[in-house]
Design a protein around this ligand. Structure first.
Ligand SMILES: NC(=O)NCCC(=O)O
Ligand SMILES: [Zn+2]
Ligand SMILES: [Zn+2]
Length: 480
Protein backbone atom coordinates (compact mmCIF):
# COMPACT_ATOMS: atom_id res chain seq x y z
CA UNK A 1 0.00 0.00 0.00
CA UNK A 2 1.25 3.49 -0.83
CA UNK A 3 2.33 5.57 2.15
CA UNK A 4 2.46 9.34 2.49
CA UNK A 5 4.70 10.81 5.17
CA UNK A 6 3.30 14.22 6.02
CA UNK A 7 4.51 17.25 7.97
CA UNK A 8 8.06 16.06 8.68
CA UNK A 9 11.40 17.76 8.21
CA UNK A 10 13.34 15.90 5.52
CA UNK A 11 17.08 15.86 6.19
CA UNK A 12 19.73 14.57 3.81
CA UNK A 13 23.50 14.99 3.78
CA UNK A 14 22.96 18.21 1.84
CA UNK A 15 19.53 19.64 2.73
CA UNK A 16 16.92 20.21 5.40
CA UNK A 17 13.37 21.18 4.40
CA UNK A 18 9.67 20.69 5.13
CA UNK A 19 8.10 18.27 2.67
CA UNK A 20 5.79 15.31 2.29
CA UNK A 21 7.25 12.06 1.01
CA UNK A 22 5.17 9.67 -1.08
CA UNK A 23 6.13 6.00 -1.23
CA UNK A 24 4.83 3.64 -3.88
CA UNK A 25 5.98 0.06 -4.43
CA UNK A 26 8.76 0.48 -1.90
CA UNK A 27 10.29 3.44 -3.72
CA UNK A 28 10.13 7.16 -3.02
CA UNK A 29 7.90 8.39 -5.84
CA UNK A 30 7.36 12.07 -4.97
CA UNK A 31 8.69 14.67 -2.56
CA UNK A 32 6.92 18.00 -2.26
CA UNK A 33 4.53 20.20 -0.38
CA UNK A 34 0.89 19.21 0.14
CA UNK A 35 1.11 15.90 -1.71
CA UNK A 36 -2.12 13.93 -2.11
CA UNK A 37 -2.88 10.35 -3.05
CA UNK A 38 -6.29 9.12 -2.06
CA UNK A 39 -5.40 5.49 -1.49
CA UNK A 40 -2.21 6.23 0.47
CA UNK A 41 -1.85 5.52 4.16
CA UNK A 42 -0.91 8.76 5.95
CA UNK A 43 2.00 8.75 8.40
CA UNK A 44 2.07 11.94 10.44
CA UNK A 45 5.69 13.01 11.07
CA UNK A 46 4.77 16.33 12.71
CA UNK A 47 7.66 17.53 14.88
CA UNK A 48 9.94 14.75 13.64
CA UNK A 49 12.91 14.47 11.32
CA UNK A 50 12.60 12.28 8.24
CA UNK A 51 16.06 10.77 7.80
CA UNK A 52 17.38 8.21 5.32
CA UNK A 53 17.79 4.89 7.12
CA UNK A 54 21.20 4.36 8.64
CA UNK A 55 23.80 2.37 6.73
CA UNK A 56 26.04 0.46 9.14
CA UNK A 57 29.20 -0.48 7.24
CA UNK A 58 30.65 -2.75 9.92
CA UNK A 59 28.85 -5.60 11.66
CA UNK A 60 29.67 -9.14 12.79
CA UNK A 61 26.54 -11.27 13.12
CA UNK A 62 26.57 -15.01 13.80
CA UNK A 63 30.36 -14.88 13.70
CA UNK A 64 32.64 -17.48 15.29
CA UNK A 65 35.41 -15.85 17.30
CA UNK A 66 37.65 -16.88 20.20
CA UNK A 67 36.06 -20.31 20.64
CA UNK A 68 32.50 -19.00 20.73
CA UNK A 69 29.93 -17.39 18.41
CA UNK A 70 28.54 -13.86 18.63
CA UNK A 71 25.38 -13.56 20.68
CA UNK A 72 23.44 -11.81 17.91
CA UNK A 73 22.52 -13.60 14.70
CA UNK A 74 21.01 -12.02 11.59
CA UNK A 75 17.53 -12.01 13.11
CA UNK A 76 18.25 -10.49 16.52
CA UNK A 77 20.98 -8.24 15.17
CA UNK A 78 19.01 -6.74 12.31
CA UNK A 79 15.94 -6.31 14.53
CA UNK A 80 18.03 -4.32 17.02
CA UNK A 81 19.56 -2.37 14.12
CA UNK A 82 16.06 -1.42 12.93
CA UNK A 83 14.99 -0.30 16.41
CA UNK A 84 18.03 1.95 16.32
CA UNK A 85 17.30 3.49 12.89
CA UNK A 86 19.60 1.41 10.70
CA UNK A 87 18.06 -0.09 7.56
CA UNK A 88 21.12 -1.55 5.81
CA UNK A 89 24.08 -3.40 7.28
CA UNK A 90 27.25 -4.68 5.64
CA UNK A 91 28.50 -7.72 7.52
CA UNK A 92 31.94 -9.31 7.31
CA UNK A 93 32.04 -12.69 5.59
CA UNK A 94 34.96 -14.60 7.10
CA UNK A 95 37.02 -16.92 4.93
CA UNK A 96 39.55 -19.65 5.63
CA UNK A 97 42.74 -20.48 3.81
CA UNK A 98 42.22 -23.29 1.30
CA UNK A 99 38.42 -22.89 1.23
CA UNK A 100 36.86 -21.46 -1.95
CA UNK A 101 35.61 -17.91 -1.52
CA UNK A 102 32.26 -18.96 -2.98
CA UNK A 103 31.84 -21.52 -0.20
CA UNK A 104 32.45 -18.90 2.51
CA UNK A 105 30.04 -16.49 0.84
CA UNK A 106 27.40 -19.23 0.68
CA UNK A 107 27.92 -19.88 4.39
CA UNK A 108 27.20 -16.19 5.05
CA UNK A 109 24.13 -16.21 2.79
CA UNK A 110 22.84 -19.19 4.76
CA UNK A 111 23.29 -17.29 8.02
CA UNK A 112 21.31 -14.29 6.76
CA UNK A 113 18.58 -15.76 4.55
CA UNK A 114 15.23 -16.15 6.24
CA UNK A 115 16.43 -14.14 9.23
CA UNK A 116 17.29 -10.56 8.30
CA UNK A 117 14.55 -7.97 8.84
CA UNK A 118 16.40 -5.24 6.90
CA UNK A 119 18.60 -5.29 3.80
CA UNK A 120 22.19 -6.43 4.03
CA UNK A 121 25.37 -7.00 2.10
CA UNK A 122 28.76 -8.57 2.78
CA UNK A 123 32.40 -7.56 2.80
CA UNK A 124 34.75 -10.43 1.92
CA UNK A 125 37.75 -11.27 4.09
CA UNK A 126 40.95 -12.06 2.20
CA UNK A 127 43.12 -14.52 4.12
CA UNK A 128 45.53 -15.38 1.29
CA UNK A 129 46.20 -14.61 -2.35
CA UNK A 130 46.84 -17.62 -4.58
CA UNK A 131 45.75 -18.77 -8.04
CA UNK A 132 42.36 -19.97 -6.80
CA UNK A 133 41.62 -16.69 -5.02
CA UNK A 134 42.79 -14.69 -8.03
CA UNK A 135 40.47 -16.69 -10.28
CA UNK A 136 37.48 -16.29 -7.97
CA UNK A 137 37.82 -12.62 -7.09
CA UNK A 138 36.37 -11.11 -10.31
CA UNK A 139 33.30 -13.32 -9.94
CA UNK A 140 32.83 -12.25 -6.30
CA UNK A 141 33.13 -8.59 -7.21
CA UNK A 142 31.25 -8.40 -10.51
CA UNK A 143 28.72 -11.25 -10.26
CA UNK A 144 28.09 -11.48 -6.52
CA UNK A 145 28.25 -7.69 -6.01
CA UNK A 146 30.66 -8.02 -3.08
CA UNK A 147 32.81 -5.00 -3.83
CA UNK A 148 34.84 -4.60 -0.63
CA UNK A 149 37.67 -6.82 0.60
CA UNK A 150 38.85 -7.02 4.20
CA UNK A 151 42.41 -7.66 5.30
CA UNK A 152 43.31 -8.11 8.97
CA UNK A 153 46.73 -6.77 9.99
CA UNK A 154 46.17 -8.22 13.49
CA UNK A 155 44.96 -11.41 15.24
CA UNK A 156 48.15 -13.37 14.55
CA UNK A 157 47.58 -17.06 13.79
CA UNK A 158 43.84 -16.42 13.47
CA UNK A 159 42.81 -13.86 10.83
CA UNK A 160 46.07 -11.95 10.22
CA UNK A 161 47.43 -11.64 6.68
CA UNK A 162 50.96 -10.49 5.89
CA UNK A 163 51.91 -7.29 4.08
CA UNK A 164 52.43 -9.16 0.80
CA UNK A 165 48.83 -10.36 0.92
CA UNK A 166 47.63 -6.84 1.70
CA UNK A 167 49.63 -5.40 -1.17
CA UNK A 168 48.37 -7.98 -3.66
CA UNK A 169 44.80 -7.47 -2.44
CA UNK A 170 45.22 -3.73 -3.07
CA UNK A 171 46.44 -4.45 -6.62
CA UNK A 172 43.52 -6.78 -7.36
CA UNK A 173 41.06 -4.32 -5.84
CA UNK A 174 42.32 -1.58 -8.11
CA UNK A 175 42.08 -3.86 -11.13
CA UNK A 176 38.52 -5.00 -10.45
CA UNK A 177 36.97 -2.01 -8.68
CA UNK A 178 36.84 -3.01 -5.03
CA UNK A 179 37.57 -1.06 -1.85
CA UNK A 180 40.13 -2.66 0.49
CA UNK A 181 39.35 -2.45 4.20
CA UNK A 182 41.96 -2.97 6.88
CA UNK A 183 41.95 -3.70 10.58
CA UNK A 184 45.11 -1.70 11.18
CA UNK A 185 47.20 -2.95 14.09
CA UNK A 186 50.62 -4.61 14.15
CA UNK A 187 49.66 -8.19 15.00
CA UNK A 188 53.24 -9.48 15.28
CA UNK A 189 54.25 -6.89 17.84
CA UNK A 190 50.99 -7.33 19.77
CA UNK A 191 51.57 -11.09 19.89
CA UNK A 192 54.96 -10.47 21.52
CA UNK A 193 53.56 -7.92 23.98
CA UNK A 194 50.75 -10.28 25.02
CA UNK A 195 53.21 -13.12 25.74
CA UNK A 196 55.42 -10.72 27.69
CA UNK A 197 52.46 -9.52 29.81
CA UNK A 198 51.19 -13.03 30.55
CA UNK A 199 54.71 -14.24 31.45
CA UNK A 200 54.92 -11.38 33.93
CA UNK A 201 51.65 -12.54 35.52
CA UNK A 202 49.58 -9.64 34.12
CA UNK A 203 46.29 -11.31 33.28
CA UNK A 204 43.57 -8.73 33.94
CA UNK A 205 41.42 -7.14 31.17
CA UNK A 206 43.33 -3.83 31.32
CA UNK A 207 46.36 -5.62 29.83
CA UNK A 208 44.34 -6.10 26.66
CA UNK A 209 44.63 -2.33 26.17
CA UNK A 210 48.19 -2.03 27.43
CA UNK A 211 49.47 -4.66 24.97
CA UNK A 212 47.95 -2.86 21.96
CA UNK A 213 49.38 0.68 22.10
CA UNK A 214 48.01 3.43 19.86
CA UNK A 215 51.49 3.95 18.42
CA UNK A 216 51.26 0.65 16.55
CA UNK A 217 47.72 1.32 15.36
CA UNK A 218 49.18 4.49 13.85
CA UNK A 219 52.12 2.52 12.45
CA UNK A 220 49.88 -0.07 10.79
CA UNK A 221 47.54 2.63 9.43
CA UNK A 222 50.48 4.49 7.89
CA UNK A 223 51.90 1.25 6.47
CA UNK A 224 48.58 0.35 4.86
CA UNK A 225 48.26 3.86 3.42
CA UNK A 226 51.76 3.68 1.92
CA UNK A 227 51.09 0.28 0.36
CA UNK A 228 47.89 1.80 -1.06
CA UNK A 229 49.94 4.59 -2.64
CA UNK A 230 52.40 2.06 -4.06
CA UNK A 231 49.56 0.02 -5.55
CA UNK A 232 47.74 3.18 -6.68
CA UNK A 233 44.72 1.65 -5.01
CA UNK A 234 42.01 2.52 -2.48
CA UNK A 235 41.75 1.92 1.24
CA UNK A 236 39.17 2.16 4.03
CA UNK A 237 40.51 1.90 7.58
CA UNK A 238 37.93 0.36 9.93
CA UNK A 239 37.47 1.25 13.61
CA UNK A 240 39.99 4.08 13.97
CA UNK A 241 40.56 4.69 17.69
CA UNK A 242 43.40 7.15 18.11
CA UNK A 243 45.10 10.38 17.17
CA UNK A 244 48.10 8.60 15.60
CA UNK A 245 45.88 6.76 13.12
CA UNK A 246 43.87 9.90 12.32
CA UNK A 247 47.12 11.71 11.55
CA UNK A 248 48.25 8.96 9.16
CA UNK A 249 44.91 9.06 7.33
CA UNK A 250 44.94 12.86 7.10
CA UNK A 251 48.52 12.86 5.86
CA UNK A 252 47.74 10.27 3.18
CA UNK A 253 44.66 12.17 2.01
CA UNK A 254 46.65 15.39 1.80
CA UNK A 255 49.00 13.57 -0.55
CA UNK A 256 46.04 12.59 -2.72
CA UNK A 257 46.07 8.93 -1.64
CA UNK A 258 42.61 7.40 -1.75
CA UNK A 259 42.20 6.61 1.96
CA UNK A 260 39.03 6.74 4.09
CA UNK A 261 38.49 6.24 7.80
CA UNK A 262 35.73 4.93 10.05
CA UNK A 263 35.39 5.28 13.79
CA UNK A 264 32.83 3.75 16.17
CA UNK A 265 30.66 5.09 19.04
CA UNK A 266 32.67 3.20 21.67
CA UNK A 267 35.85 5.10 20.78
CA UNK A 268 34.01 8.43 20.84
CA UNK A 269 32.32 7.77 24.19
CA UNK A 270 34.31 5.30 26.32
CA UNK A 271 37.93 5.23 27.41
CA UNK A 272 40.65 2.90 28.63
CA UNK A 273 39.70 3.25 32.32
CA UNK A 274 36.60 1.10 31.63
CA UNK A 275 38.90 -1.92 31.32
CA UNK A 276 39.91 -1.40 34.96
CA UNK A 277 36.42 -2.03 36.31
CA UNK A 278 36.47 -4.56 39.18
CA UNK A 279 35.09 -8.12 39.22
CA UNK A 280 36.24 -8.75 35.66
CA UNK A 281 33.66 -6.19 34.40
CA UNK A 282 36.49 -4.66 32.37
CA UNK A 283 36.05 -7.58 29.96
CA UNK A 284 32.83 -5.98 28.71
CA UNK A 285 34.97 -3.21 27.23
CA UNK A 286 37.47 -5.38 25.36
CA UNK A 287 37.54 -4.35 21.73
CA UNK A 288 40.44 -4.50 19.26
CA UNK A 289 41.87 -2.00 18.77
CA UNK A 290 41.25 -1.16 22.43
CA UNK A 291 39.58 1.80 24.10
CA UNK A 292 42.15 4.60 24.45
CA UNK A 293 42.96 7.26 27.05
CA UNK A 294 40.25 9.93 27.01
CA UNK A 295 42.27 12.56 25.13
CA UNK A 296 41.95 10.56 21.89
CA UNK A 297 38.19 11.17 21.85
CA UNK A 298 38.65 14.82 20.96
CA UNK A 299 40.86 13.88 18.02
CA UNK A 300 38.17 11.52 16.72
CA UNK A 301 35.32 14.05 17.07
CA UNK A 302 37.46 16.71 15.38
CA UNK A 303 38.28 14.30 12.55
CA UNK A 304 34.58 13.58 11.99
CA UNK A 305 33.86 17.29 12.00
CA UNK A 306 36.59 18.21 9.53
CA UNK A 307 36.16 15.18 7.27
CA UNK A 308 39.41 13.35 8.03
CA UNK A 309 37.19 10.47 9.21
CA UNK A 310 34.05 9.98 7.17
CA UNK A 311 31.92 7.17 8.59
CA UNK A 312 30.67 5.60 11.81
CA UNK A 313 30.46 1.80 12.02
CA UNK A 314 29.06 -0.06 14.98
CA UNK A 315 31.58 -2.93 14.74
CA UNK A 316 28.72 -4.79 16.41
CA UNK A 317 30.24 -8.02 17.69
CA UNK A 318 28.26 -9.01 20.76
CA UNK A 319 29.26 -11.54 23.40
CA UNK A 320 27.42 -12.10 26.65
CA UNK A 321 29.33 -11.26 29.81
CA UNK A 322 28.15 -14.51 31.39
CA UNK A 323 29.70 -17.50 29.70
CA UNK A 324 31.34 -15.67 26.79
CA UNK A 325 33.43 -12.72 28.01
CA UNK A 326 34.10 -14.97 31.03
CA UNK A 327 36.15 -17.27 28.79
CA UNK A 328 38.96 -14.82 29.51
CA UNK A 329 38.83 -15.08 33.33
CA UNK A 330 42.46 -15.45 34.36
CA UNK A 331 43.83 -14.68 30.87
CA UNK A 332 42.88 -11.42 29.13
CA UNK A 333 44.00 -12.78 25.75
CA UNK A 334 41.11 -15.26 25.80
CA UNK A 335 38.38 -12.61 26.23
CA UNK A 336 36.32 -12.59 23.01
CA UNK A 337 36.94 -9.20 21.38
CA UNK A 338 34.01 -6.95 20.59
CA UNK A 339 30.82 -5.47 21.94
CA UNK A 340 27.20 -4.63 21.13
CA UNK A 341 26.51 -1.32 19.41
CA UNK A 342 24.29 -1.94 16.35
CA UNK A 343 21.24 -0.42 18.08
CA UNK A 344 22.79 2.68 19.62
CA UNK A 345 25.13 3.87 16.83
CA UNK A 346 22.58 6.14 15.17
CA UNK A 347 21.09 7.83 18.25
CA UNK A 348 24.41 8.28 20.04
CA UNK A 349 25.78 10.17 17.05
CA UNK A 350 22.66 12.35 16.94
CA UNK A 351 22.65 13.07 20.67
CA UNK A 352 26.37 13.40 21.32
CA UNK A 353 27.26 14.78 17.90
CA UNK A 354 24.44 17.05 16.69
CA UNK A 355 22.87 18.10 19.99
CA UNK A 356 26.25 18.81 21.55
CA UNK A 357 27.27 20.94 18.57
CA UNK A 358 30.14 18.71 17.44
CA UNK A 359 28.70 18.06 13.96
CA UNK A 360 25.85 19.52 11.93
CA UNK A 361 22.59 17.74 11.18
CA UNK A 362 23.66 17.26 7.55
CA UNK A 363 27.00 15.86 8.66
CA UNK A 364 25.13 13.47 10.92
CA UNK A 365 23.19 12.05 7.95
CA UNK A 366 26.36 11.85 5.88
CA UNK A 367 28.32 10.02 8.59
CA UNK A 368 25.57 7.65 9.69
CA UNK A 369 24.19 6.81 6.24
CA UNK A 370 25.11 8.58 3.00
CA UNK A 371 28.89 8.33 2.97
CA UNK A 372 28.90 4.59 3.62
CA UNK A 373 26.28 4.13 0.89
CA UNK A 374 28.52 6.03 -1.52
CA UNK A 375 31.80 4.36 -0.58
CA UNK A 376 30.34 0.86 -0.68
CA UNK A 377 28.36 1.14 -3.92
CA UNK A 378 24.85 1.36 -2.47
CA UNK A 379 24.05 4.97 -3.37
CA UNK A 380 21.53 6.27 -4.41
CA UNK A 381 19.42 3.15 -3.83
CA UNK A 382 20.36 3.51 -0.16
CA UNK A 383 21.67 6.42 1.90
CA UNK A 384 19.47 9.34 0.90
CA UNK A 385 15.93 10.60 0.43
CA UNK A 386 15.23 11.37 -3.21
CA UNK A 387 12.77 10.31 -5.89
CA UNK A 388 13.63 6.83 -7.15
CA UNK A 389 15.48 5.69 -4.01
CA UNK A 390 14.46 2.77 -1.83
CA UNK A 391 12.05 4.04 0.81
CA UNK A 392 14.39 3.21 3.71
CA UNK A 393 13.27 5.95 6.06
CA UNK A 394 13.53 6.79 9.75
CA UNK A 395 10.97 9.07 11.37
CA UNK A 396 12.95 10.38 14.30
CA UNK A 397 11.79 12.25 17.39
CA UNK A 398 14.71 14.57 18.08
CA UNK A 399 13.35 15.55 21.50
CA UNK A 400 12.75 12.14 23.10
CA UNK A 401 14.88 11.81 26.22
CA UNK A 402 15.88 8.31 27.28
CA UNK A 403 18.55 6.30 29.05
CA UNK A 404 20.40 3.48 27.30
CA UNK A 405 20.12 0.21 29.20
CA UNK A 406 20.33 -3.53 28.65
CA UNK A 407 16.91 -3.68 30.37
CA UNK A 408 15.31 -2.00 27.38
CA UNK A 409 17.63 -2.65 24.44
CA UNK A 410 16.78 -5.24 21.79
CA UNK A 411 20.22 -6.77 21.22
CA UNK A 412 20.51 -10.39 22.33
CA UNK A 413 23.18 -9.71 24.91
CA UNK A 414 23.25 -9.35 28.69
CA UNK A 415 24.89 -5.93 29.00
CA UNK A 416 25.12 -2.61 27.22
CA UNK A 417 28.50 -0.82 27.19
CA UNK A 418 26.66 2.54 27.26
CA UNK A 419 24.52 1.55 30.27
CA UNK A 420 23.10 4.67 31.96
CA UNK A 421 24.00 7.07 29.15
CA UNK A 422 21.31 9.77 28.91
CA UNK A 423 20.59 10.61 25.30
CA UNK A 424 18.04 12.61 23.38
CA UNK A 425 16.47 11.41 20.14
CA UNK A 426 14.75 8.16 19.19
CA UNK A 427 13.48 6.48 16.02
CA UNK A 428 9.70 6.27 16.13
CA UNK A 429 8.94 4.57 12.84
CA UNK A 430 11.36 2.79 10.51
CA UNK A 431 10.55 1.73 6.97
CA UNK A 432 12.54 -0.68 4.86
CA UNK A 433 11.68 -0.45 1.16
CA UNK A 434 8.40 1.18 2.22
CA UNK A 435 7.37 -1.54 4.69
CA UNK A 436 7.14 -0.95 8.42
CA UNK A 437 9.82 -2.62 10.46
CA UNK A 438 9.31 -0.41 13.49
CA UNK A 439 5.92 1.31 13.90
CA UNK A 440 5.46 3.70 16.81
CA UNK A 441 8.47 2.12 18.56
CA UNK A 442 7.09 -1.43 18.19
CA UNK A 443 8.63 -4.15 16.04
CA UNK A 444 6.28 -5.18 13.25
CA UNK A 445 8.82 -6.58 10.78
CA UNK A 446 9.23 -10.06 9.38
CA UNK A 447 12.36 -12.18 9.56
CA UNK A 448 13.52 -13.02 6.05
CA UNK A 449 12.10 -9.88 4.45
CA UNK A 450 15.58 -8.32 4.34
CA UNK A 451 17.24 -8.75 0.97
CA UNK A 452 20.88 -9.22 0.03
CA UNK A 453 21.99 -6.15 -1.95
CA UNK A 454 24.56 -6.52 -4.71
CA UNK A 455 26.78 -3.46 -4.70
CA UNK A 456 28.40 -1.38 -7.42
CA UNK A 457 32.15 -1.40 -7.99
CA UNK A 458 34.44 1.27 -6.55
CA UNK A 459 34.30 4.18 -7.08
CA UNK A 460 30.58 4.11 -7.78
CA UNK A 461 30.41 7.88 -7.29
CA UNK A 462 32.86 10.29 -8.93
CA UNK A 463 35.49 11.16 -6.34
CA UNK A 464 35.92 14.86 -6.04
CA UNK A 465 39.59 15.49 -5.52
CA UNK A 466 40.50 19.12 -5.29
CA UNK A 467 43.99 20.64 -5.09
CA UNK A 468 44.96 21.79 -1.64
CA UNK A 469 44.49 25.56 -1.39
CA UNK A 470 47.55 26.15 0.76
CA UNK A 471 50.11 24.20 -1.24
CA UNK A 472 50.22 25.93 -4.61
CA UNK A 473 52.67 24.16 -6.90
CA UNK A 474 52.67 20.96 -4.82
CA UNK A 475 50.95 17.72 -5.77
CA UNK A 476 48.79 17.61 -2.64
CA UNK A 477 45.08 17.03 -3.07
CA UNK A 478 42.12 16.60 -0.78
CA UNK A 479 39.07 14.39 -1.15
CA UNK A 480 35.89 16.21 -0.36
N1 LIG B 1 36.66 -5.14 17.07
C1 LIG B 1 36.55 -6.20 17.83
O1 LIG B 1 37.05 -6.19 18.94
N2 LIG B 1 35.87 -7.30 17.43
C2 LIG B 1 35.34 -7.54 16.16
C3 LIG B 1 36.36 -8.01 15.17
C4 LIG B 1 37.11 -6.84 14.60
O2 LIG B 1 36.49 -5.98 13.98
O3 LIG B 1 38.32 -6.77 14.76
ZN1 LIG C 1 38.81 -5.31 13.49
ZN1 LIG D 1 34.86 -5.50 13.27
Amino acid sequence: MAKLIRNGTVVTAADQYQADVLIENGIISQIGLNLELECAEIIDAQGCYVFPGGVDPHTHLDMPFGGTVTADNFETGTKAAAFGGTTTIIDFCLTNKGVPLSESVQTWHNKAEGKAVIDYSFHLMIAEINDEVLAELPKMIHDEGITSLKVFMAYKNVFQADDGTLYRTLLEAKRHGALVMVHAENGDVIDYLIKEALDAGNKEPIYHALTRPSLIEGEATGRAAKLTALANSQLYVVHVTCEEAVQQIAEARNLGIDVWGETCPQYLMLDQTYLEKPDFEGAKYVWSPPLRPKEHQDALWTALKNGQLQTLGSDHCSFNFKGQKELGLGDFSKIPNGGPCIEDRFSILFSEGVLKGRITLNQFVDIVSTRSAKLFGLFPKKGTIAVGCDADIVIFDGNAARVISSDTHHMNVDYNPFEGLEITGEPVTVLSRGEYVIQNKKFVGTPGIGQFVKRKTYPSEPLQIKPKQDTVGQRGATHV
